[in-house]
Design a protein around this ligand. Structure first.
Ligand SMILES: O=C(O)CCC(=O)C(=O)O
Ligand SMILES: [Mn+2]
Length: 202
């Protein structure tokens, strides 16, 4: 699907100790159509997390795809990838071309509405290597994306809006220095699917 992606130069986001590039209009096809297709065709899972000995459902649905060896431990869960679909493989190819990086897996997050969220975290699991390259494609509701420094509380954070069809690349020391997350919203929100392409090292 080469003609569905813009070739604008990305915008480098100024954040000390991070390396972030945002393409606001990456996907130029129908982002709503792609969203509907992914919502309907993905075998979504509700995962649980255990915090202080109590188990809670995560406030979003997830799915994990990738090459067979791309086994990933995420929030303490060991995730065996499902095989790539043609659609996800095509998206991966276009994202790889834009970012100049290779990925072997993708985590899909489905935020059903304003109560769905992702807490502040860094994607710094050892299997992502010392400088993880993560490319994040957003479809559907424009949600806020918060960045907070991991140690230096005097650093002002950054709050971005991730428009439908945008691609955010995080690389270099971003995960070592910063946490990111998607807060709940108090206004009504429609569905959003986010795809984070990753490279699991072995
Ligand atoms: O939904 C997003 O934009 C962020 C997703 C994310 O940080 C993750 O999957 O690790
Ligand atoms: Mn993340």
């Amino acid at each position: 699907m080469p003609d569905l992606f813009s070739d604008d130069a990305g915008e480098e986001l100024p954040l000390p100790g991070a390396d972030l590039v945002l393409w606001r209009d990456f996907y130029t096809g129908s982002a709503d159509g792609l969203l509907a297709q992914l919502v309907a065709a993905t075998p979504w899972k509700s995962e649980h997390i255990t915090v202080w000995g109590k188990t809670h459902p995560q406030p979003r649905l997830v799915a994990w795809y990738g090459d067979p060896e791309a086994v990933y431990t995420y929030s303490g869960m060991r995730m065996q990838p499902q095989p790539w679909t043609q659609l996800l493989r095509d998206l991966k190819d276009s994202v790889e071309q834009r970012c100049g990086a290779r990925f072997n897996s993708v985590l899909l997050n489905y935020y059903r509405g304003e109560r769905d969220s992702m807490g502040l975290h860094a994607d710094d699991e050892p299997e992502l290597g010392p400088e993880p390259v993560i490319a994040s494609l957003s479809l559907g509701e424009e949600r806020r994306f918060h960045l907070r420094h991991r140690r230096d509380k005097s650093q002002p954070g950054l709050s971005l809006r991730l428009p439908s069809g945008s691609l955010l690349l995080m690389r270099g020391a971003t995960q070592a220095n910063w946490k990111h997350g998607i807060p709940k919203e108090s206004r009504p929100c429609g569905p959003r699917v986010n795809l984070t392409f990753r490279r699991i090292l072995r």
